[in-house]
Design a protein around this ligand. Structure first.
Ligand code: NAI
Length: 293
C-alpha cells in the first residue's frame, strides 16, 4: 500500500493485518469493512460477551451485503461471507495480539486517560513499523499520542456510523505525524472502499466541527423563540436538501454525547462562542429524557 515512500519506519508497509481495539458499534464496523476487503483483523475488547455479539453482528451484516451484492450468484455470496469471517479473530488481550499488526485502530470508550493507557502499553510491544490510530470523535489526537514514543506513526482515523455504510474517513495528522503515515492511512482508507479526507488535529476535525455548532445554533434558535422545532427541521430539510433537520439529527447523535463533546471543547476553548453552553441541552440531558417527535 505504501510503496515508494521515503525513508521512515513505515516505508514499504502494506497494511495487511490490523488490530481493532473496542468491539462496540464502531470497532465492529471497522473490523467488518477491513475483513471484507481482504485484511486480517483481530478485534479486541475487555468483554468477551461483547466480542461474541460483535462477530454475530458482523456475520448478520455480511449476509445482508452478500444478498444484495451477489443476488444472482448465491455461491459467490456464501464465499464472500466465509472469506470475510475467516479474516476476523477476537481476543480479550490486546498486548498478546499486537505483535503481528501493521496498524492498531482504537475505538474504545471516549476517555483520554483510558485511551492513553492502552496506547502507552501497546507502544512497548508493537513492532516499530506499526501505525497507531484513534477513532476518537472529540478528543485531541496530539493528547492521545503523547502517551507513546511513536509520534510520527500516530494519527486519527475517524470513521462514521454505521461504518459499513458511511463513505467518509477523516485522516487526521498532528504536527508530528509523518507524511508516510498519512499517505499509508489515506491509501488504506481507499482500499477499504472509503473516501478519505485529510485534516488537522483541531476540535471536531471537519465534520463534527461544522455539525455540532450548527445543531447547537438550531437549539438556540428554538430557545429564542425564533422558530418552532418542527419549522426549524422542515426549513433545513427542504431549504438545504438535508435528509434530517438539525433537531432530529441532535436526537440521532444523542443529546448526552453532544453535551459531553461541547463541554470538553468549551473547557479547552472558553473564548470560542461556537462552543458556548445551551440551556435547553443542559436541561434535557439533566432530566435524562427527551423524545424527538
Ligand atoms: P461503544 O461503547 O459501542 O464501544 C466501546 C467498546 O470499547 C465497548 O465494547 C467496551 O467494552 C470497549 N472497551 C472499553 N475500554 C476498553 C479497553 N481498555 N480495552 C478494550 N476494550 C475496551 O462505543 P462506540 O460508539 O463504538 O465508540 C468508540 C469510539 O469511537 C469512541 O472514541 C467514539 O468517540 C468514536 N466514534 C463513535 C461514533 C459513533 O457514532 N458512535 C462515530 C465516530 C467515532
Amino acid at each position: 500500500v505504501c510503496r515508494g515512500l521515503s525513508s521512515s519506519a513505515v516505508r514499504n508497509v502494506a497494511i495487511k493485518h490490523l488490530t481493532v481495539i473496542g468491539g462496540g458499534q464502531m470497532g465492529a464496523g471497522i473490523a467488518q469493512v477491513a475483513a471484507s476487503t481482504g485484511h486480517s483483523v483481530t478485534l479486541v475488547d475487555t468483554n468477551g460477551e461483547i466480542l461474541k455479539k460483535a462477530v454475530k453482528g458482523i456475520e448478520g451484516n455480511l449476509k445482508r451485503v452478500a444478498k444484495k451484492k451477489f443476488s444472482d450468484k448465491p455461491e459467490s455470496g456464501e464465499e464472500f461471507i466465509q472469506k470475510a469471517l475467516q479474516n476476523v479473530s477476537t481476543s480479550t488481550d490486546a498486548a498478546a495480539v499486537v505483535q503481528g499488526s501493521d496498524l492498531v485502530v482504537e475505538a474504545i470508550v471516549e476517555n483520554l486517560k483510558v485511551k492513553q493507557d492502552i496506547f502507552s502499553g501497546l507502544d512497548k510491544l508493537a513492532p516499530a513499523h506499526t501505525i497507531f490510530a484513534s477513532n476518537t470523535s472529540s478528543l485531541s489526537i496530539t493528547d492521545i499520542a503523547s502517551s507513546t514514543s511513536r509520534l510520527d506513526r500516530f494519527a486519527g482515523l475517524h470513521f462514521f456510523n454505521p461504518v459499513p455504510v458511511m463513505k467518509l474517513v477523516e485522516v487526521i495528522g498532528t504536527s508530528a505525524t509523518s507524511q508516510e503515515t498519512l499517505d499509508c492511512l489515506l491509501n488504506f482508507s481507499k482500499v477499504l472502499g472509503k473516501t478519505p479526507v485529510s485534516c488537522k488535529d483541531t476540535p471536531g476535525f471537519i465534520v463534527n466541527r461544522l455539525l455540532l455548532p450548527y445543531i447547537i445554533e438550531a437549539i438556540r434558535m428554538y430557545e429564542r423563540g425564533h422558530g418552532s422545532k418542527e419549522d426549524i427541521d422542515i426549513a433545513m430539510k427542504l431549504g438545504c436538501g438535508y435528509p434530517m433537520g438539525p433537531l432530529e439529527l441532535a436526537d440521532y447523535v444523542g443529546l448526552d454525547t453532544m453535551k459531553f463533546i461541547m463541554d470538553y471543547w468549551s473547557a479547552a476553548n472558553p473564548e470560542n462562542p461556537s462552543f458556548a453552553q445551551s440551556e435547553s441541552l443542559n436541561k434535557l440531558v439533566a432530566e435524562g429524557f427527551y423524545k424527538y417527535k
